[in-house]
Design a protein around this ligand. Structure first.
Ligand code: ZN
Length: 113
């Protein structure tokens, strides 16, 4: 899970459309089951100089700071669901990071307060 803060509204391209997220704290719930595991994935998320490949890349180059919580064997859907149940977080952008997910409205959540 990445915790990201935008001091000012974050303007970026999402699904080929200009999108703006209000300033604040966001949680992105993702998985890291590819080559290199969590270490490689987090190293990429924290890098500023990278080719923007995934949706979240557009956010990680704008956020300051970025914090990460690695949950071994975790499920991004379970983490997103848990955070949503607390009512401290709510879906930030429909379909963000969850385009291949059938249960979550979004894997990007916004801290409500
Ligand atoms: Zn999901």
């Amino acid at each position: 899970m990445l915790l990201m803060r935008f001091e000012a509204p974050a303007v970026f391209s999402h699904k080929r459309a200009a999108t703006t997220l209000p300033a604040g704290w966001y949680a992105y719930c993702g998985s890291a089951y590819g080559p290199g595991g969590i270490r490689a994935r987090l190293r990429r998320h924290f890098r500023r100089d990278k080719t923007l490949h995934w949706h979240v890349d557009h956010l990680t180059v704008l956020a300051e700071p970025i914090e990460a919580l690695a949950i071994a064997q975790g499920s991004e859907c379970a983490i997103a669901a848990h955070l949503t149940r607390t009512r401290l977080f709510g879906p930030a952008l429909p379909g963000f990071g969850s385009s291949d997910c059938t249960t979550c409205p979004s894997h990007l959540l916004r801290w409500q307060s």
